[in-house]
Design a protein around this ligand. Sequence first.
Ligand SMILES: [Zn+2]
Length: 90
Amino acid sequence: MRRERFEAWLRNIYETQDVEISCTECFDQVSHFVEIEASGRDVAGELPQVKQHLDQCRACREEYEILRDLRRLEDEEDMPSLDDLQGSIR
Ligand SMILES: [Zn+2]
């Protein structure tokens, strides 16, 4: 590998790590993300990396949408308790 290419490759890795987070990190923060968003704060300003990841990653986006919808149901106070849910499954 030529030296310039190697350096470009290295730079690319570091820049990527700087800006992007992995799905695991996103998953760890996504419930926090939903909480901030629900409280009306600037979630893109507080968790820009999570926001960016959600824009790019379909799997995490779906996870986020599920959590967000659950959160909305809780706000409406129509959320059945876990016991009720388990009872209706049986
Ligand atoms: Zn992801």
